[in-house]
Write a protein that binds this ligand. Sequence first.
Ligand SMILES: CC(C)(COP(=O)(O)OP(=O)(O)OC[C@H]1O[C@@H](n2cnc3c(N)ncnc32)[C@H](O)[C@@H]1OP(=O)(O)O)[C@@H](O)C(=O)NCCC(=O)NCCS
Length: 259
Amino acid sequence: MSSVPVNLTLKKLEMNTADLRSLLDLQDKIIAGFKPDEQHFILHRTIDDFSNALKSDHMYVFGLYDGDRLVSQSILSLPGDRDTRDLPEFAGEYKNSELAVFKAVLVDPEYRGRGLMKQMLKIREQVAAEHGRKIAITQIAADNPASWVNAIQYGMQITKVGFDPEDNAKVIYLQKRLDGKAPIPSEQNAYRLSLGSDVHKNVPALFNKMMKLSAAGMIGSAWDKQNNQIIWYPSATAARIKKRDRIFVPAARQSIGKI
Ligand SMILES: CC(C)(COP(=O)(O)OP(=O)(O)OC[C@H]1O[C@@H](n2cnc3c(N)ncnc32)[C@H](O)[C@@H]1OP(=O)(O)O)[C@@H](O)C(=O)NCCC(=O)NCCS
């Protein structure tokens, strides 16, 4: 990985013409670089969407700048209990005021692979924790492994896999505890999901497998870079159900070819 440019500065963007223009320009550049089948990776925000985020009292829009140039942006939402929150289909067991929603991380193609997305995850996590939020949540398109592999590397866990209720897209839901008390996984019954040599080609099979793992109560918890695998552990609930009802929880290491 290349080193991060030393002169990158982090800024919370404000509601003004210059910041709005920078956000739209970076988003336009990224959308222009997407292939047709990648357009759904991000919400295509309008000027009103960005204005609303910048004006909102519970959203933070962050930017990383190389000099005057915005090279990465992200949004953090800290909804109140009376707000309508993003991703209502996920993490419904928590109150809004316990949650932080990570949205819209974009990195200029010329600056990718230098850890900028991870910096954006880190800053949002810090701000969310400072506001007393317990859990960070996010949703990522299943066919955007660059993003979900990176989120897992950063400590987020896949706890739900399914279809976005708004557009039926295949999506992966991830969450992370912000109190540092990640549950200690049991190596017993761990399942290693290989991504294969061409992860993009394998996404349909991987998605089906991940849905099955998730439905069986497994949690995609760690990334084994050397072996190109996601390690899934049974959730406490799955372990309890398994003991009681002897449901099938996959135990063996299996390659994508066998899925
Ligand atoms: C996804 C995105 C934000 C990643 O940003 P980034 O700054 O390059 O990511 P980082 O440098 O922090 O992390 C790189 C890691 O991501 C993963 N990654 C990056 N590109 C990848 C690719 N094409 N395929 C698979 N994994 C990839 C790798 O695991 C890499 O790990 P490494 O550090 O061990 O090499 C960037 O590619 C992007 O802006 N994409 C378009 C917009 C988008 O899809 N946003 C996400 C919406 S949920």
